[in-house]
Design a protein around this ligand. Structure first.
Ligand SMILES: NC(=O)c1ccc[n+]([C@@H]2O[C@H](COP(=O)([O-])OP(=O)(O)OC[C@H]3O[C@@H](n4cnc5c(N)ncnc54)[C@H](O)[C@@H]3O)[C@@H](O)[C@H]2O)c1
Length: 336
């Protein structure tokens, strides 16, 4: 069976997912694209054998030949695309963030609960990365005992100077670390603090780096360093410290070269290089589930809970205080 996909938003990651759906994965086809920048949508359609360009997301979602919807527009536009796709009963892959506020995420959850079955997968791709999966399997296997702390480091070589704001270090970047902290520790965040050391002068007035401490409800701690102008590459690190041992993400390069008294390996340039296989795996799983009429993977509840932590962390960054994360009751639809 071939799942016919409509893509909303044909920017950087939208184009990458179109390439993946067209050239990498089997069992799927891009039949429709739309973007508020029509020229960009046309250029993206030209990279596929059959995609038509639609004027807007509503008409794309309503099209009979669109069986599943991939949303890769800007975060503030996600809710307006998700709600009609839910009403149409079409499986949705939505790039992170699910929506840009906790309130908008709650409206999405209520709409999905009203449908009565899961239709939304959110693009938290680290859960599909082989190294993170091995880390999770180690924790669940029990050999190192109960996890007590998770240390996460998220370093970007650089970010676009005019587009990247201080808040995005949390709402756009740290959201991935919040996701894996919840997933690895199998718990929700109770309180969060954000500290700001001396600024990296490369970023000018940008609040960079930041250091966050998340207190999980069950008492474990998760720490996160976000540094977005560190120059040397895209470096993602993670370590679980447990009662009887520790487990650490290995370096992502497959080979280390020792030569003339030094050793060296490659640091990925950016997220596309580091997580290319994870993106392939997450979209492959979405297509397989969509072919069966549903979805798996990170849920709208995950998107909502991460938005709640992100909102609290932004407050914490402004005040320097620990801020509690308020979550409602998790609907049964999201029970594992
Ligand atoms: N999972 C990840 O690691 C990851 C990586 C990069 C980006 N993202 C997320 O993907 C989304 C897109 O990011 P990007 O880097 O591709 O941004 P981008 O600016 O390159 O592309 C976004 C596109 O959406 C279009 N758009 C905006 N509003 C629209 C609307 N209402 N209808 C249709 N099109 C609309 C824009 O014209 C633009 O072409 C963001 O939510 C971002 O956070 C996730």
């Amino acid at each position: 069976m071939t799942v016919r996909v409509g893509v909303i938003g044909t920017g950087m990651i939208g184009q990458d997912h179109i390439r993946r759906l067209t050239k990498v994965l089997k069992g799927c086809e891009v039949v429709a694209v739309t973007d508020v920048d029509r020229a960009r949508a046309k250029a993206a359609a030209a990279t596929t054998p059959n995609a038509r360009v639609f004027d807007d997301s509503e008409t794309l979602i309503a099209a009979d030949d669109v069986e599943a919807v991939l949303i890769a527009s800007w975060g503030p536009a996600h809710e307006a695309a998700i709600l009609p796709a839910l009403s149409a009963g079409k499986p949705i892959f939505c790039e992170k963030p699910l929506a840009t506020t906790q309130e908008a995420c709650l409206r999405i959850i209520e709409a999905e609960v009203a449908v009565g079955r899961r239709l939304i997968q959110v693009g938290f791709m680290r859960r599909y990365d082989a190294a993170y999966r091995a880390l999770k399997a180690t924790v669940e296997g029990g050999s190192i005992g109960a996890p007590l702390m998770f240390h996460s480091v998220h370093r970007n070589a650089t970010v676009p100077k005019d587009l990247y704001t201080s808040d995005m270090a949390v709402s756009d970047t740290m959201v991935h670390d919040i996701d894996v902290a919840r997933w690895l520790l199998d718990d929700e965040v109770g309180r969060v603090r954000v500290m700001t050391p001396r600024r990296n002068s490369v970023g000018g007035a940008l609040r960079d780096p930041i250091f966050a401490v998340m207190e999980m409800r069950g008492g474990a701690l998760a720490t996160v360093e976000v540094s977005v102008n560190i120059g040397y590459g895209y470096d993602i690190r993670g370590e679980i410290s447990a009662e009887q041992g520790a487990a650490t993400l290995a370096e992502s390069n497959p080979v280390v070269v020792k030569h003339s008294g030094t050793f060296a390996g490659r640091v990925p340039a950016d997220w596309r290089e580091r997580f290319i296989a994870a993106y392939d795996a997450e979209i492959a799983e979405w297509i397989a589930a969509a072919a069966a009429g549903g979805v798996m993977g990170p849920s709208a509840w995950d998107g909502y809970a991460i938005a709640a932590v992100s909102d609290a962390a932004l407050k914490a960054a402004d005040t320097g205080e620990a801020v509690s994360v308020e979550l409602g009751e998790r609907p049964a639809l999201y029970d594992a």
